[in-house]
Ligand binder design. Structure first.
Ligand SMILES: Cc1cc2nc3c(=O)[nH]c(=O)nc-3n(C[C@H](O)[C@H](O)[C@H](O)COP(=O)(O)O)c2cc1C
Length: 328
């Protein structure tokens, strides 16, 4: 699969953008585990233009994260174009536009999934961003606003016509948020439409390596994007790659490997965000890393106590003596 000049190989598997989850440290871990591309969390175009320093930790990335897309959201074509020019100064591989966020706060601003009810504005924003940057521009969106207004085939053609180079589709409507099964049949229809030539990345409900293979086989998508299944489990990318190649699965990560990954996540995050912020923000990840282990609660409580990097690393080292195996 190619996005402009960016070659991502056959059947790439990419990390979804997730606010408050996919920070620089987490993205680096996912890349090491085999994710073929990563995305920043969504970044407000208005916020970026008003207070760029405040959003710097969200937009900055380490060279090891490449290929990386910076994702922007906004309702105004000119502000989005200017934000894209600013984002380009960080030299990402791709600039991605969020046309899919269902959250009321974002939709009320006319951004995210709101443009699914206003396709001329969607087109104007996409065109303005494509013209503003020399980077390849991609879009991530949903099937439509609700069940009665699914226009994803038309949307794909329209975006392709203004120069968007790949389209990620979360196969749900805005109305569904995360509820109900993702409608993969629409991904197949996109791939079967002879007018749509840009690569399609399928997204929604890929929870296991088996799901990833099924999405490739049943829909013909060019790439698969994984979101929630990577939370607390960056190993999902290693597992998917291995499964696609061999049909088997590597052994699951041990408790010791989880502790080591946690320590690395914290160290990497601290490099970009600084120690204090990294330590505080890391706290929301512990529950996910140790989910399913008998002492998960106690482990989390112990990790929440220190407020220095050194302190957390000491607790992680002390936990190595525990003999934890996941609950069946
Ligand atoms: C905590 C969380 C934060 C998210 N933040 C973003 C975001 O910033 N940008 C975006 O395009 N989608 C965002 N999403 C949607 C995901 O990228 C993805 O489309 C969705 O979770 C469906 O994929 P999955 O079934 O693999 O999780 C978010 C989802 C979650 C759960």
């Amino acid at each position: 699969m190619r996005i402009g000049a960016l070659e991502l190989g056959l059947r790439p598997v990419v990390l979804a953008p997730m606010e408050d989850v996919t920070d620089s440290g987490f993205r680096q871990l996912c890349r090491r585990m085999g994710a073929d591309m990563v995305y920043t969390e969504f970044i407000s175009a208005d916020g970026l233009l008003r207070a760029p320093d405040r959003l710097r930790p969200k937009i900055e990335f380490a060279p090891e994260e490449r290929p990386i897309a910076i994702q922007l959201f906004g309702d105004d074509p000119e502000a989005m174009a200017e934000a894209a020019r600013f984002a380009e100064s960080f030299d990402p591989d791709v600039i991605d536009i969020n046309f899919g966020c269902p959250v009321t706060k974002i939709v009320c601003q006319g951004a995210g999934a709101a443009v699914l009810r206003d396709l001329p504005r969607m087109q104007a924003i996409a065109r303005a961003v494509v013209r503003a940057t020399s980077k390849p521009v991609t879009v991530k969106t949903r099937l439509g606003w609700d069940e009665n207004s699914i226009r994803i085939l038309e949307v794909a053609c329209m975006l392709q016509d203004v120069g968007v180079q790949a389209l990620t589709v979360h196969a749900r409507t805005r109305h569904q948020f995360h509820q109900g099964p993702a409608r993969w049949d629409w991904l197949r229809r996109l791939k079967e439409d002879p007018g749509i030539q840009i690569p399609i990345i399928g997204n929604g409900d890929v929870c296991t390596p088996e799901d990833a293979r099924r999405m490739f086989e049943e829909t013909g998508v060019d790439g698969v994007m994984i979101g929630r299944a990577a939370i607390g489990n960056p190993w999902i990318f290693r597992d998917v790659k291995y499964y696609l190649q061999t049909g088997g699965l590597p052994p699951p990560p041990t408790f010791a490997e989880r502790l080591a990954l946690c320590a690395e996540h914290l160290r990497l995050s601290a490099r970009v965000k600084g120690e204090r912020r990294a330590v505080l923000e890391m706290r929301k990840h512990y529950g996910n890393y140790f989910k399913g282990f008998p002492s998960a609660r106690r482990i989390r409580q112990r990790l929440m106590e220190p407020d220095t990097l050194e302190g957390v690393l000491e607790v992680l080292a002390a936990l190595e003596s525990m003999e934890e195996v996941p609950l069946a």
